[in-house]
Design a protein around this ligand. Structure first.
Ligand code: SAM
Length: 261
């Protein structure tokens, strides 16, 4: 009998209808799949039914990794490690489709790591990921919404994002305290070129550190009040950080990089 570990965010998805929905979102047949945090293998079994070419799974919990090994034998390539330690760019020689009912305590860290480290030839073609609903709302938010912020700007930089559905706690065991949402991501063919994604993180961190205040202070801190940039990007400093759309943040990052080059 497996006892769920809270510290590893273990809420196992047991609702067969939801497992069916997840495994039908994108074609699996003959594809290479990566599953993050397979746990007891509930979703893994549904993925296997669709005849993937190969499944890699990354599971941090040693007991669960052993359990998966004895249940699924050689049907899986099990990586018994922390997903945050893995460089997926080096792991695969073809594009993979990623599934994951993510551990909620590190879900934003995982997504941020993937986007920051992405090379131009993406290592995945789709991501099918479950988040805590409140985090999913931040990822899919657009400007002028109260949930718009750093995570929406980063995620929408290189990825198209779509919400599939919300999922209630009763679909999991043990039940989490919060609602969940399933998101579907695919790479953008065309995205604004930024030299170092860490600069986008820095710009959004400084702008959103005081999200209710006007843009004047963070703009002056980063750009020394440069009026040419304001005119070029048509920014009104009396607005607030959440009023600037995605592209303005990407362009601001490029201007910041030009100033430093
Ligand atoms: N996919 C399973 C399901 O839906 O029933 C389990 C999902 S559970 C929310 C999260 C899983 O991620 C757990 O199995 C947990 O042990 C694993 N996990 C937690 N932290 C991890 C990490 N840093 N790297 C890899 N796996 C992790």
């Amino acid at each position: 009998m497996i006892k769920a570990k809270k510290s590893l965010g273990q809420n196992f998805l047991t609702d067969r209808n939801i497992l069916e929905i997840i495994s039908n979102i994108t074609p699996i047949n003959n594809k290479t799949i990566l599953e993050i945090g397979p746990g007891t293998g509930n979703l893994t079994s549904f993925i296997l039914k669709k005849n993937p070419k190969k499944i890699f799974v990354i599971e941090k919990d040693n007991d669960l990794a052993k359990n998966l090994n004895s249940t699924f034998k050689d049907q899986l390539t099990i990586i018994n490690d922390d997903v945050l330690n893995i460089d997926e760019n080096l792991l695969f020689n073809e594009k993979v489709t990623v599934f994951g009912n993510l551990p909620y305590n590190i879900s934003t860290e995982i997504l941020t790591k993937w986007i920051i480290n992405l090379k131009d030839n993406f290592w995945f073609d789709h991501l099918v990921l479950m988040f805590q609903k409140e985090v999913a709302d931040r990822i899919i938010a657009t400007y002028n919404k109260s949930t718009y912020g750093r995570l929406s700007i980063l995620a929408n930089w290189k990825l198209n994002v779509k919400k599939i559905c919300d999922i209630k706690p009763k679909s999991f065991s043990p039940k989490p305290k919060v609602d969940s949402s399933l998101l579907f991501f695919s790479p953008k063919q065309d995205f604004h070129k930024i030299k170092n994604p860490k600069n986008l993180e820095k710009i959004t961190r400084i702008f959103f550190s005081q999200r209710r205040k006007m843009l004047k202070k963070p703009f002056n801190q980063l750009f020394n009040g440069d009026k040419k940039i304001l005119d070029k990007l048509q920014i009104d400093l009396n607005l607030r950080p959440q009023n600037l759309d995605f592209n303005t943040y990407y362009k601001l990052t490029s201007e910041y990089e030009k100033l430093r080059s």
